[in-house]
Design a protein around this ligand. Structure first.
Ligand code: C2E
Ligand code: CA
Ligand code: CA
Ligand code: CA
Length: 278
């Protein structure tokens, strides 16, 4: 019994140790990731259910590091939020996406929307709005209406009064605002009335339940009706098959994003995707 105890202790010890050193590895390697050019934005298309046309793309961050290889954003963004490194990374993301919008709007008639994910740490940073204003000013032309800022409801609830003021400011500047992962957080419906939200994004967890359970199916129908009654658009996320697509079409969902259409693409694949889907 004594031996088992000792082994268990060692096992326990080493997993926690491994976790800590993995985090440290990520933190250390994130320090120079921006300057080394290790980040890339990938873009996942969003299609209108009315006519199949592309309405925009969500920008999704990718990181490939010499020592760690490819690390999932689910893993490194959590670390970057804890260390504050997300501020610098988020600025890079915003700049990169803005450049992409500018390029799309200038080069062709294909001026699509780009969705950018913003985390709590970024929104909480004091100069967040000023920084964005400076960037928009730098570009001369105002592309704010082509940018949809995606935030989760949990981010908002951290300091509702302040954060809803920031959203209003962004909305006044012309940005579109999307509530990401809608329904997975811990908020009540009442806050929706007082926010300048243009779009609700239904999380994949709900989409997965379509046609699986009756309740799961009604929840999705309910979210779509709720959104429309508040004059919001609905984007369904994580749509992988035709059955779900057809259901969402019947339920009146506006826009769909998911592997059914495409996985997130590298920047240089965008143009031909747009051409192909014209
Ligand atoms: P999210 O905002 O909910 O993004 C959607 C995630 O679902 C993406 O994962 C996307 O690749 C994945 N996805 C889309 N369609 C499908 C599908 O049909 N099937 C499946 N299985 N997955 C699908 P990804 O790219 O790994 O990103 C994970 C999360 O990391 C994002 O979740 C977002 O919270 C965060 N993230 C990504 N890029 C950024 C960024 O630039 N800034 C910040 N702050 N967070 C980011
Ligand atoms: Ca680029
Ligand atoms: Ca998102
Ligand atoms: Ca999601």
């Amino acid at each position: 019994a004594k031996e088992t105890g000792k082994n268990r202790y060692q096992f326990f010890n080493s997993t926690i140790g491994e976790e800590i050193s993995r985090k440290a590895d990520i933190e250390i390697n994130l320090r120079h990731a921006v300057e080394l050019g290790e980040f890339e934005l990938h873009y996942q298309p969003q299609h209108s259910l009315k006519d199949d046309a592309i309405t925009g793309f969500e920008a999704l961050l990718r990181w490939e590091n010499a020592q760690l290889g490819r690390v999932s954003p689910l893993e490194f963004i959590k670390v970057a939020e804890e260390t504050g490194q997300i501020i610098e990374i988020g600025r890079w993301v915003f700049e990169e996406a803005l450049e992409k919008v500018k390029q799309m709007c200038n080069s062709s008639s294909e001026c699509k929307k780009i969705g950018i994910n913003i985390s709590a740490t970024e929104l909480e940073e004091e100069s967040f709005v000023d920084n964005i204003k400076a960037k928009i000013a730098k570009y001369g032309v105002d592309f704010s209406k082509n940018i949809e800022i995606e935030i989760t409801e949990n981010v908002l609830m951290k300091d509702f009064e302040r954060n809803s003021k920031i959203l209003s400011e962004l909305s006044t500047m012309g940005f579109k605002i999307a509530l990401d992962d809608f329904g997975t957080g811990y908020s009540s419906f009442s806050y929706l009335q007082s926010l300048p939200v243009d779009t609700l994004k239904i999380d994949k967890a709900f989409i997965d339940n379509i046609n699986v359970s009756e309740k799961g199916t009604s929840i999705v129908e309910g979210i779509i009706r709720l959104a429309h009654s508040m004059k919001m658009n609905v984007i369904a996320e994580g749509v992988e098959d035709k059955d779900k697509l057809e259901f969402l079409k019947r339920a009146g969902c506006d826009i769909v994003q998911g592997y059914y259409y495409s996985k997130p693409m590298k920047e240089d694949e965008l143009e031909s995707y747009i051409e192909m889907n014209n």
